[in-house]
Design a protein around this ligand. Structure first.
Ligand SMILES: *[C@@H]1O[C@H](CO)[C@@H](O)[C@H](O)[C@H]1NC(C)=O
Ligand SMILES: *[C@@H]1O[C@H](CO)[C@@H](O)[C@H](O)[C@H]1NC(C)=O
Length: 769
């Protein structure tokens, strides 16, 4: 009797764990600006999907997506109709595309990912079509598609005849989107023409943990920039075709039994389409050609096809790099490791070698950033698939209203503290939680959001530029010991907030697993609830006088001196350039002082797939720091600049080591007082694997960012100052700036935009200070 009731208890616990918590928890999320009773959470089974592998579930799934009239066909963008469409385990037969709306996440059971299985007669461009062609143009402008996730699926085209065109997923999207934990199963017959993942446009983005089995092409992709890691390709004719790009960062590719690994040859040598690729910590096995390039010493554009590879293992690969006229780097019938090799322009500690091809010295890697196999440390967003629903607490159950109006400060703080005290995970149900003083996230907190809920600062407490205060403070003192996991939420501000530091990160995580922040974004202005939209802060080209009501944050994120042991992935620090909730996406003029400031004296810090845009003084600044990995970083300067320029409205503050453009711009021509994209001061072991630093606008006109106009949007964009020990940037891409790299106030020889012309950006393949 005793033992059988014990067995029952064990069985109950096991079955409680087996169902993914997301399907089991009460759903309390609200969308305060949507229609009444708008459902944030939808389980496809509640809309009639069977998941039995027999019934055609297409209509039921699309009904789940379209409940409550979210932003789908014909809508430009939104933040007011968020949704999570949840798929329990099962096989969902579909006969045409699943068409997720804007700001809609498709999430499968993480412990038993559901299969989307195409019928033999499947019609559509993608089993999941993330941005359909209802007309000859994409439904959403690809560069404005943000805040969408797809995770935990098997996408299966094996029932479609191999010789018939089929696409697993169509995903032309941009920042703050992610694909995670998806398997693409395709036929692997010689006649197969299926493509797993197809992307033709956008400004991404982050993907991780994807597996492609079979197919003509695993992934066929064109986009401005991307960070992709842990992607496996088995038995594809070609693993990856890069259609076009400016910069792309691949880590942890594992390519097995394919014909070609990475095909970067689009356009050919006279018109190279692939700007640059950074590939490291990857393995190619039983694949005759690892990389195909169009690069030659005389190719056009001059830096087109820039390639930097580091720590690449080959097992039975005949050709490592194949150029237009044959082998450029041979392979092996056995096993070998390529330490580092490059095609492109080297500005490497005094060496200026344009059109270089051959081996280079790999970056010395500090041990603190590595795992025991010598690769950079990575960790995917936790989904808590082995944790039962009873381990989650809901912030709304603590009385937080989430309507962008009520003061939720104490309810939110109480919920966080209680979750920590009870060793539970805090669920931020969807809502906009207005807070009027600092929210502290203490050590041991685990917080996960439902479809990007917002913590929204408000009021006078955060509006004093001379006394900035954190909105969300992780750890109360710099260097406090502790560990946190934060994912899937947004920090923002409401009305004027000249003293708001959206996130201040203080924790030191020593030894063991680093703390992690995944898909946590700072989104300042441009959406309903902020009062920082077209009604308040409409753009005013030519008028450089600052409206104090539109000074909306002091800094997006601050990693303080004592902080260490932090892993960040897919974090987008965005001061809005346009109003997402206005259907013409009209531009706005709002001012945030600073982007991301890292002062961690020791590191380690990892930034995988991060971006920082439209802040006045700089996008990324690293001050007296050490052991920082960044890849791919992406920045944009403010669109209004230089009307006004970066001299206003934020006077430099010594405490934050702000750039003082009055001093830095003495004797410098052009538009000098302009935001640094990346500023590295007195630092050591700063390793950037891919950077896109863009300045597209001058007084709201893009005319300055073309090669014909001479890249005059701003004079300079990258600054390395003072001691720089092992500071390296692979594939630095810049747009709109005349000088690509400034070292202690002077241009680095060879870093003018013109000599480094690439497809659309200017590119330096390897810069080492
Ligand atoms: C900025 O653009 C506006 C509108 O196009 C124009 O009227 C104004 O003269 C420009 N100002 C400067 C300083 O370029
Ligand atoms: C310029 O902007 C300021 C601040 O928003 C505003 O008060 C002023 O009316 C504007 N001037 C013009 C000519 O529009």
């Amino acid at each position: 009797m005793r033992s059988s009731s014990l067995l029952v208890a064990v069985a109950t616990a096991a079955s409680a764990v087996q169902a993914f918590w997301l399907g089991d928890i009460p759903h309390r999320g609200i969308a305060p600006f949507a229609q009444p009773n708008y459902p944030v959470f939808r389980n496809v089974r509640d809309y009639g999907a069977r998941g039995d592998g027999i019934t055609d579930d297409t209509a039921a799934i699309n009904a789940a997506i379209n409940a409550g009239n979210p932003c789908n066909r014909g809508c430009a963008s939104t933040t007011t109709t968020p949704a999570i469409v949840y798929f329990p385990a099962g096989t969902y037969l579909i006969s045409s595309s699943i068409l997720p709306a804007y700001f809609t996440h498709l999430v499968g059971d993480a412990s038993a990912p559901p299969t989307l299985k195409a019928t033999a007669n499947f019609q559509g461009f993608g089993l999941i079509d993330g941005n359909p062609y209802y007309t000859e143009v994409l439904n959403w402008k690809a560069v404005n598609v943000f805040f969408r996730q797809v995770r935990n699926f098997v996408i299966d085209t094996t029932a479609i005849a191999p010789g018939r065109a089929a696409t697993g997923m169509h995903w032309p999207t941009s920042q703050a989107t992610s694909l995670q934990n998806i398997v693409f199963n395709m036929p692997s017959t010689p006649d197969v023409v299926h493509v797993g993942l197809f992307i033709e446009e956008g400004s991404g983005g982050m993907m991780a943990d994807l597996t492609f089995n079979g197919g003509a092409t695993g992934a066929s992709m064109g986009n401005q920039q991307y960070t992709m890691r842990n992607m496996k390709f088995n038995n594809c004719k070609t693993a990856i075709i890069q259609i076009w790009n400016w910069g792309w960062t691949y880590h942890g590719l594992s390519i097995n039994n394919c014909g070609v690994g990475l095909d970067l040859s689009a356009g050919g040598p006279s018109n190279i389409n692939v700007g640059s690729v950074t590939l490291f910590d990857s393995t190619f096995s039983n694949t005759p050609v690892a990389i195909k390039t169009a690069w030659t010493p005389s190719a056009n554009p001059p830096t087109g096809g820039s390639l930097v590879i580091e720590n690449i293992q080959l097992n039975n690969v005949a050709v490592a790099v194949q150029g237009p006229s044959g082998t450029m780097l041979g392979g092996t019938s056995g096993s070998t490791t390529i330490p580092a090799w490059a095609l492109g322009h080297l500005l490497d500690r005094g060496t200026n070698a344009p059109r270089f091809s051959g081996p280079i010295n790999p970056n010395p890697r500090p041990a603190s950033l590595l795992t025991s196999d010598g690769r950079y440390y990575v960790r995917s967003k936790p989904q808590y698939e082995s944790v039962p629903a009873s381990s989650f607490l809901s912030v709304r159950a603590f009385g937080a209203r989430g309507d962008a109006a009520a003061d939720d400060t104490s309810a939110l703080q109480n919920a966080i503290n209680t979750a920590v005290a009870q060793n539970k995970i805090l669920l931020l149900d969807h809502g906009l939680y207005r807070v009027t003083s600092t929210i502290v996230i203490p050590p041991s907190a685990k917080i996960v959001g439902e479809a990007y809920p917002v913590i929204l600062s408000s009021g006078g407490y955060f509006n004093d530029m001379s006394n900035p205060r954190p909105v969300v403070q992780v750890g109360t003192t710099s260097g406090q010991q502790g560990y946190v996991e934060l994912s899937d939420f947004i920090v923002a501000t409401q009305n004027a907030q000249a003293g708001a530091i959206c996130i201040e990160y203080n924790l030191a995580t020593n030894g063991g697993q680093p703390s992690g922040i995944w898909d946590v974004h700072v989104r300042i202005g441009g959406f309903t609830g902020t009062q920082q939209q077209i009604g308040q802060c409409l753009k005013k080209p030519g008028n450089g006088s600052v409206d104090r009501n539109c000074v909306v944050a002091f800094m997006a994120m601050h990693v303080t001196k004592g902080a260490r042991g932090l892993y960040m992935e897919n974090v987008w620090l965005w001061t809005a350039d346009h109003d997402i909730d206005e259907q013409l996406n009209t531009q706005i003029t709002i001012y945030t002082g600073r982007g991301l400031l890292i002062e961690s004296t020791t590191g380690p810090l990892w930034l995988w797939g991060t971006g920082s845009e439209h802040h006045v003084l700089y996008q990324y600044q690293l001050t007296s720091t050490s052991d920082i990995f960044l890849g791919q970083i992406q920045t944009e300067s403010p669109y209004f600049a230089p009307v006004p320029n970066s001299l206003v409205p934020f006077p430099p503050v010594a405490k934050y080591s702000d750039p003082d453009y009055r001093a830095q711009c003495v004797g410098i021509a052009g538009n000098c007082p302009a935001a640094w994209g990346l500023r590295v001061m007195s630092s050591r072991n700063v390793l950037v694997y891919g950077a896109g630093l863009y300045s597209f606008f001058d007084n709201y006109s893009t005319a300055c960012s073309t090669f014909d106009a001479g890249q005059t949007c701003q004079q300079r964009i990258t600054s390395v100052e003072g001691r720089a020990e092992n500071v390296a940037v692979y594939n630095l891409n810049t747009i709109g700036t005349r000088e690509m790299v400034t070292r202690d106030g002077g241009m680095v020889g060879g870093s003018g935009w013109a000599e480094n012309r690439n497809t659309f950006a200017s590119n330096v393949g390897v810069y080492r200070a």
